[in-house]
Design a protein around this ligand. Structure first.
Ligand code: ATP
Length: 362
């Protein structure tokens, strides 16, 4: 089910200050996709999620779930959360410790006056789906973190919602379990073919889990795209920097060549993707990811996108080295394979492919 948000605003007042948690947000969340709201702490992700669920009342704007208008300031309409047909998984799971697994999952249906045999049928189905069949009588306190997370998911799914919303649901799990659960969650959601809205400030989680990512900053949506678009060819400097490690190099556009442009930069002339069509003569910022900087085979080699520099620092992190390369006043971060025969202080040449670096408005 598609969700449409029109001109949504939510302002808080705290200690005499005005905080625009949502600043005229317009957004369409397509049906049956995993849609992630990503951004730094305080950018408004949770406020937006809570407005969709109905736990928060916006100051202005409209919210549609499918064809149903569930909030409209102008029409004075506010549909309460329990009538919006949504399921929600919170960061804390909100599992009741005094109940067993069955009662935790059944809870939304019990408050709903669903007949008993229908409740049993739905709970068994939801637990089977999250691979916890047989756990019905287990006390909630006797579950691991990962199992609690799955109980929370089963409870969110038990009433067969049209949309499911997640607020940082993996942040209480340790790193390894978080990775496993992330994979599991993606396969659950893909199989369900349900609209899922997922809030996180963890870029790797967003990249690994999402069909689409909306990056937020200071109450606004800055950019929306699929993970590869956002990572490889973002339209915005803040987004490019937030979604992954980025070398940002300043320069000016000199010439356009098809979809690429030549930029005169502080390290020399660079050919790079210019998807935004920044005009000749304008300032721009080049973004090249560390993993796309290659050590060129021959030292001192000349050519397009080849530069001479010195390996200033090297840190071994197991799967790779993280290196810093100095070219004049510029320091570039790079990822180097762990078997590379290189030491700090070495003179080197680097290169990067014009298709693997992109230009942003300065
Ligand atoms: P985090 O990742 O830290 O959870 P977030 O992106 O989800 O952050 P929100 O929780 O939506 O951000 O908060 C957005 C802004 O609104 C923040 O500046 C926050 O301090 C402020 N805020 C949120 N709720 C309230 C409230 N009830 N009263 C006052 N300010 C609030």
């Amino acid at each position: 089910m598609e969700i449409r948000i029109k001109d949504l605003t939510r302002t808080y007042y705290s200690e005499g200050k005005q905080i625009k948690a949502l600043d005229h947000v317009d957004l369409t969340i397509p049906a049956n996709k995993i849609f992630t709201l990503l951004g730094p702490s305080g950018c408004g992700k949770t406020t937006l999620l809570r407005c969709i669920v109905g736990l928060e009342t916006p100051d202005d704007g409209d919210i549609y779930i499918g064809d149903d208008l569930v909030f409209s300031k102008d029409k004075g309409l506010f549909i309460p959360p329990e009538n919006r047909g949504l399921g929600m998984v919170f960061q804390t799971y909100a599992i009741w410790p005094h109940m067993n697994v069955f009662d935790n999952v059944a809870y939304p249906l019990q408050t709903n006056r669903t007949p008993k045999d229908k409740i049993r049928q739905q709970v068994v189905k939801a637990l089977k789906f999250v691979q916890l069949d047989g756990f019905e009588n287990r006390p909630a306190t006797k579950l691991s973190g990962g199992q609690q997370q799955r109980v929370a998911l089963a409870r969110a799914l038990v009433a067969e919602p049209k949309v499911i919303l997640f607020d940082e649901p993996l942040s209480n799990l340790d790193a390894k379990l978080r990775e496993e659960t992330r994979k599991e969650l993606r396969s659950f959601l893909t199989e369900l073919k349900i609209t899922a809205i997922y809030v996180t400030h963890d870029r790797i989680e967003a990249l690994a889990l999402s069909d689409l990512i909306a990056v937020m900053r200071a109450g606004k949506i800055i950019e929306i795209g699929d993970p590869k678009k956002i990572y490889f060819n973002s339209d915005d400097k803040f987004v490019a920097d937030f979604i992954g490690r980025a070398n940002l190099i300043k320069g000016k556009i000199e010439k356009q060549e098809g979809e690429h442009a030549i930029i005169a930069s502080e390290i020399g002339s660079i050919l790079a993707l210019n998807s935004q069509g920044i005009s000749v003569g304008q300032s721009a910022m080049l973004c090249v990811r560390p993993e796309f900087i290659r050590l060129a085979p021959e030292q001192g080699k000349q050519g397009q996108n080849i530069f001479s520099g010195q390996m200033e620092s090297l840190i071994f992190i197991g799967e790779a080295y993280e290196g810093e390369i100095r070219i004049g006043d510029t320091l570039l971060t790079t990822t180097i394979e762990p078997t590379a025969n290189i030491v700090e202080g070495d003179k080197i040449s680097i290169s990067f492919d014009p298709d693997h670096c992109f230009l942003l408005s300065a």
